[in-house]
Design a protein around this ligand. Structure first.
Ligand SMILES: *Cc1c(COP(=O)(O)O)cnc(C)c1O
Length: 359
């Protein structure tokens, strides 16, 4: 590994134990064993159990592995929506999920607010079968308050609550009693190379997919929720899976459990507090999200006076890689990831440096 520290919002800095687990995987022949073997089934089960505990899932939730979060958007539209999904749109990632539903002609509805600003209403259409919410909008740093999610679920108990937790889980707490389905990919908070998505779904979701198939709908030939569940019951996957990443994910989840998930979350809060304090005290930076309640704790997004290039270049000389703004904000903003592998000391050093350099 180089001496750089990646504060990019995914892919990002590898988890500090990644290399050790990688070596252990090679030693245990994880890249060569059959995905129908006892050894694989054991490692699959272990990863599932560790994630279950780490995320404090209910007995009703199951875990499946996909290629990415993008894949899960498509699978959710195929398996959980017959006529209509509803989407809270406040950034580019939420919009992509909405666009998937559009392409599948599910006549999705949406609640929009100017990107980065609060929603005016939490009402959703009565016929919405699934409600898509992005817990942490990585593109602009808007965080959807958990209490608002619980309120929507309480007011619409029949609607499947679907949470994009890609850049939030497990650093941001969420009560899975209110969540029917959620997903993340591993190149954000878990500090792994991209190429593995994790899909969490409860029994209601599985029942819905079954019913759709009974009614003659196509839920996916490569991956469907029912095929995931059928193989999942045997601790297997429909296809030859990314066993290496499934193994390492389980080990990193175990590392986080050993540290304590509340410790990981408290540190996240501490580091995000000093990041925003720094942004507010430095003349050229300005947090993009104005209301503190909605500020992401895992991705600090800041407007940069006179363009993002200077800050990015100056930090690069120190070996710190910051993320530019997303898409058309590339030149105007920086995004600084604050994930569990970014240590307190690293974030403090970055903040001290920014203050000294740009006071
Ligand atoms: C990164 C990201 C995605 C996309 O993840 P992929 O693994 O590239 O599919 C989706 N949603 C959010 C909030 C993200 O940050």
């Amino acid at each position: 590994m180089s001496n750089k520290i990646f504060f990019t919002p995914g892919p990002t800095q590898l988890f500090y134990t990644y290399q050790d687990h990688f070596r252990e995987a090679i030693k245990q022949d994880v890249g060569s064993i059959s995905h129908r073997s006892k050894e694989f089934m054991r490692l699959f089960q272990e990863t599932r159990e560790n994630l279950h505990q780490l995320l404090e899932l209910t007995d009703d939730h199951r875990i499946y592995f996909t290629g990415s979060a993008n894949e899960i958007w498509e699978r959710m539209v195929q398996n959980l929506v017959i006529n209509r999904s509803h989407h809270f749109l406040n950034g580019d990632f939420a919009k992509k999920f909405y666009d998937f539903a559009l392409q599948y002609q599910k006549s999705p509805s949406k609640t929009e607010s100017p990107f980065g600003q609060a929603y005016e209403s939490m009402d959703i259409p009565e016929d919405a079968e699934l409600c898509g919410i992005t817990l942490n909008e990585t593109s602009n740093g808007f965080m959807f308050p958990a209490e608002d999610i619980y309120q929507i679920k309480n007011e619409n108990p029949d609607c499947l609550m679907a949470i994009d937790g890609v850049s939030a889980l497990p650093a941001i707490p969420i009560d899975f009693n209110y969540i029917d389905t959620a997903y993340f990919s591993v190149q954000k908070c878990f500090g792994m190379p991209a190429g593995l998505g994790v899909w969490i779904a409860n029994k209601r979701c599985i029942e819905k997919a079954k019913q759709m198939e009974t009614d003659g709908m196509v839920t996916g030939s490569y991956h469907s929720l029912t095929s995931f569940e059928k193989y999942g019951q045997k601790n297997q996957t429909p296809e030859t899976p990314n066993a290496l990443s499934i193994f390492i994910l389980g080990k990193i989840a175990e590392d986080m459990l050993r540290r304590g998930v509340s410790h990981v979350r408290n540190e996240t809060v501490y580091k995000s507090t000093i990041l925003y304090q720094t942004a507010e005290s430095v003349s050229i930076l300005d947090p993009f999200i104005k209301e503190k309640k909605y500020r992401s704790k895992t991705v600090a997004v800041c407007n940069v006076q006179n363009g993002s290039d200077t800050v990015i270049e100056v930090c690069k000389k120190k070996g710190w890689v910051l993320g530019p703004g997303y898409s058309d904000q590339k030149q105007n903003q920086v995004r600084i990831a604050n994930f569990p592998m970014h240590s307190k000391e690293q974030v403090e050093q970055l903040c001290d440096f920014l203050i000294r350099e740009f006071k």
